[in-house]
Design a protein around this ligand. Structure first.
Ligand code: ATP
Length: 218
């Protein structure tokens, strides 16, 4: 069965690396990929743009293609978005269909801080997207969890609903939303780092341009 893969994130704002890695993951896994914006991310400071604006940016960015979808269930649920709750909900909907949680290498290395992190491995497969800049070593507990689950071929994930970990080598793009927020707050216009459509409606990027305290350019 063709897997369902989920790329969660704050998408504050969505940038071209999100789109590129999601697209490449869908090719490597032969999966349907959905981008899933988080409401109140438990692991990080609140987003600069509100949920409505972040969804409007995602919709604008995804227009005109049919490989990447949008799933706004975490915003509808409200409260903290725990990934384990989302995966439990998806499992109830999808039955035995393979589900793949996509995580950038930086996010994956921080997994042991997540709520009920070990349960995530039973609820879904995990696809770790290569990401430049963050060659962080995996904490021992994470490496131990991965050891028995790791597979080399992304297509092996088609064979069972959950439980494997695969590293997905995607084109390295050293782009982060943090840097884009800093550029916008500094009055710059990072046109080719963001999907074109975000520049069509000035209201979409206004929250970043008006953001009072620019973060340091990383
Ligand atoms: P911020 O700079 O605000 O932390 P971000 O650019 O990391 O944002 P998120 O919305 O936090 O974007 O990312 C959602 C998911 O996409 C995470 O799993 C993250 O690791 C992954 N991701 C984001 N940018 C890249 C990239 N350039 N290459 C690979 N994965 C990425």
């Amino acid at each position: 069965m063709r897997p369902l893969a989920i790329l969660g994130g704050t998408f504050d704002p969505i940038h071209i690396a999100h789109l590129a890695v999601a697209w490449e993951a869908s090719e490597l896994l032969d999966a349907e990929v959905r981008l899933m914006p988080a409401a109140v991310p438990p692991h990080r400071p609140p987003p600069v743009a509100d949920a409505t604006t972040r969804v409007a940016m995602l919709r604008a960015a995804l227009r005109g293609q049919d490989r990447l979808g949008l799933d706004t269930r975490e915003l509808a649920r409200g409260g903290p978005s725990y990934t384990i709750d989302t995966l439990t909900e998806l499992r109830a909907e999808e039955g035995d269909r393979p589900i793949v949680l996509l995580l950038g290498a930086d996010a994956f290395a921080g997994l042991p801080q997540w709520h009920r992190w070990q349960a995530l491995f039973e609820a879904a497969h995990i696809g770790v997207l290569s990401r430049p800049g963050g060659a962080r070593a995996w904490p021992a507990a994470l490496a131990e969890e991965v050891a028995a689950r790791q597979v080399a071929d992304p297509r092996q994930l088609h064979g069972q609903p959950s439980g494997n970990v695969v590293e997905l080598e995607v084109t390295p793009l050293d782009i982060s939303a943090t840097r884009i927020r800093s550029l916008l707050a500094a009055g710059r216009d990072p046109r080719y780092l963001l999907p074109d459509a975000l520049f069509d409606d000035p209201a979409l990027l206004a929250p970043y341009r008006e953001h009072a305290l620019p973060e340091q350019l990383p």
